[in-house]
Design a protein around this ligand. Structure first.
Ligand code: NZQ
Ligand code: ZN
Length: 388
């Protein structure tokens, strides 16, 4: 753990079948005015909306609703929420849904009392937030992003064709509490379930593929990858396998709650590319990541060869006898790709609606970066072509 760190996590987690029973006691800690944020209609269909509304009413709260948050939430929705917060003097933003709903709620919190244009200030220019923010809490319904226990907020500006992420200050913007009942994820459509799994896998790998030091976080990341592979295979066979769904849910939360990133050099280039793919195609976030990842890792693996060999051996159990290091590393990437196929994730960008004309536009608008290898727009275009 050679890189110094300071760490304090503000999110209280309630996990399990009875987690929602803790909501009334938590509500006592906040004022009367609640902004309830949710997506299209899944929580109305599965009865969660009614249960939560009943608890809010019993606690004597005034509830204002913002519904219809898109997968890949829109900036216009964030502005609408910010207006509701101001007009109703909201004391708590309660997000009920997946990453999109929680991300949007954090954006609303930062934007409500912002002077000037929150998009320019907080997403484009990444300015620190000095205005008043409203506490956010969540009831999670889908496993993937870890937005329930981090301060990330990814917003799409449709007009500008930009999907930008902002990692707000953890203590300021991470949910005050999050309620995680794995049973809620049973009704998640299969494409979203596998997208969530791929998202978690990508978070783990983006934190793993960086640095050459011997770091405890890497061992933990390998362990969570193993658990995720195991649980995903079981959930694929039986989506109502509680043990498997609960493991996936916790892998997801651990995947990006910052604990596994401590003291780690990281590489978030796959996410940067996917965000722009999402801005052009609106494809599910994890599906885009699963298509790009193998192509990206084949493009960079020789620059971080020892880590790719370790990954192949420790995560995918590549025996390696009689193989060169390059062959072992490539076999690890091949097994990753075949795991994504096993889940049923499409293999090419074409299948998620990307056109050949989009590729240079996506490459040019992606924030360049990288880890073992510095990426420029021309490199990103090569990666996109390789998985088109
Ligand atoms: O809108 P509803 O009807 O609720 O349906 C949603 C939505 O269509 C559905 N769903 C969720 N829970 C369900 C359910 N359907 C049935 N039963 C349930 N229990 O699933 C669909 C997808 O939901 P969404 O919230 O969009 O998915 P996800 O959690 O994958 O979030 C994706 C967003 O998070 C961002 C992504 O870029 C994307 O915009 N990310 C956020 C991060 C963070 N905060 O740190 C990091 C990630 O890397 C990611 O970038
Ligand atoms: Zn992600």
């Amino acid at each position: 753990m050679i890189h110094d760190f300071t760490f304090c996590h503000p999110t209280k987690i309630y996990f399990g079948k009875k987690a929602l029973e803790n909501l009334p006691a938590e509500l006592n800690n906040y004022g009367k005015n609640i902004l309830l944020v949710y997506g299209k209609n899944s929580i109305k269909k599965n009865g969660l909306y009614d249960r939560i509304m009943e608890m809010l009413r019993a606690a004597g709260k005034n509830v204002v609703e913002l519904s219809g948050i898109n997968s890949n939430p829109r900036y216009t929705q964030l502005l609408e929420g910010a207006r509701l917060v101001r007009e109703n003097n909201v004391d708590l933003i309660l997000a009920v849904g997946g990453g999109s709903v929680i991300d949007c709620s954090k954006g609303i919190s930062a934007a409500a009392y912002c002077e000037g244009d929150p998009w320019e200030r907080y997403y484009v220019n990444q300015e620190p937030v000095t205005n008043k923010v409203v506490p956010v809490a969540s009831v999670l319904t889908m496993a993937g992003t870890a937005s329930e226990m981090n301060s990330g907020s990814v917003i799409t500006n449709e007009e500008q064709k930009l999907k930008l992420g902002r990692v707000y200050d953890l203590e300021m913007m991470s949910p005050r509490f999050s309620i995680l009942n794995p049973e809620y994820t049973y009704t998640v459509p299969k494409i979203q379930m596998i997208s969530g799994i791929a998202d978690v896998f990508s978070h783990l790998m983006e934190q793993y593929f960086g640095g050459e030091d011997d770091c405890t976080s890497d061992y933990l990341l390998e362990g969570v990858m193993l658990s995720l592979i195991n649980a995903s295979r079981k959930a694929l066979i039986n989506p109502e396998d509680y043990e498997a769904r609960s493991n996936i849910m916790w892998c997801a939360t651990m995947g990006l709650n910052k604990i596994l990133a401590l003291s780690k050099e990281q590489d978030w280039e796959v996410h940067m590319i996917e965000h722009q793919l999402g801005a052009y195609t609106d494809c599910p976030h994890g599906v885009g990541l699963a298509i790009i990842s193998p192509a990206y890792y084949r493009y960079i693996y020789t620059y971080g060869l020892p880590k790719f060999v370790r990954y192949a051996q420790n995560v995918w159990k590549v025996d390696g006898k009689g193989m060169t290091d390059e062959e072992i590393a490539l076999e690890g990437i091949r097994r990753l790709e075949s795991f994504f196929r096993e889940l049923g994730i499409p293999a090419t960008l074409r299948e998620v609606g990307a056109t050949e004309e989009m590729l240079p536009l996506i490459a040019k608008s992606t924030i360049p970066g990288g880890g073992y290898r510095q990426m420029e727009a021309a490199d990103i275009l090569e990666v996109l072509k390789a998985c088109y």
